[in-house]
Design a protein around this ligand. Structure first.
Ligand code: HEC
Length: 152
């Protein structure tokens, strides 16, 4: 095998490995999507949002939460990273004064689980943050150095 051929095979393998890892990188640390699904159902989020996979969540009062993992921003204010979404779910008005979304009284753990569920939506299709944007502290697993999503 020529060195060129070897290099391109190695790149391909690397790219495949990165793609396969994508869902893990999207995981909300400490959050459980199945519990989050139950939290979302019990909290009545579906009275205001379209949320794929959640029974009865077909309202257009607020924006649809389809393909959540692909969103760039939370409430048009903060980059869409797990910690920012958790903060939003606990107290939207603290992030966007005058927001029409009420705080529904989620605990930190409940908001974390709900965020974990939302981040499963659309996760398979695209990176959640644009290439080069800094990842949140809980993205990409526990590491100390700041992480930047690599360019595709
Ligand atoms: C009474 C209606 C209502 C309820 C209940 C509600 N929301 Fe919202 N939500 C809204 C509205 C309206 C907005 C848009 C607010 C804004 O952008 O300031 C919003 C925004 C959001 C956003 C940001 C959307 C975006 O495009 O950036 C997320 C995420 C979200 N809601 C999740 C939830 C979850 C999860 C629940 C349940 C725990 C919930 N919401 C309950 C009305 C509601």
């Amino acid at each position: 095998m020529s060195i060129r051929r070897f290099a391109s095979t190695a790149m391909l393998l690397l790219a495949t490995a990165c793609e396969a890892e994508e869902p893990a990188a999207l995981r909300v640390a400490g959050g459980d999507p199945a519990r989050g699904h139950a939290v979302i159902l019990a909290s009545g989020c579906g009275a205001c949002h379209v949320i794929p996979g959640v029974r009865g969540a077909d309202s257009w009062v607020g924006p649809p939460l389809t393909e959540w993992a692909r969103r760039g921003y939370v409430g048009g204010r903060l980059p869409n990273a797990p910690d920012n979404l958790i903060a939003w779910l606990r107290d939207p008005e603290a992030i966007s004064p005058g927001s029409a979304m009420p705080a529904v009284g989620l605990s930190e753990a409940e908001a974390r689980d709900a965020a974990a569920y939302l981040f499963t939506l659309g996760a398979a299709r695209l990176p959640p943050v644009p290439a080069g944007m800094q990842l949140g502290p809980n993205e990409g697993g526990p590491r100390e150095s700041p992480r930047i999503r690599p360019r595709a």
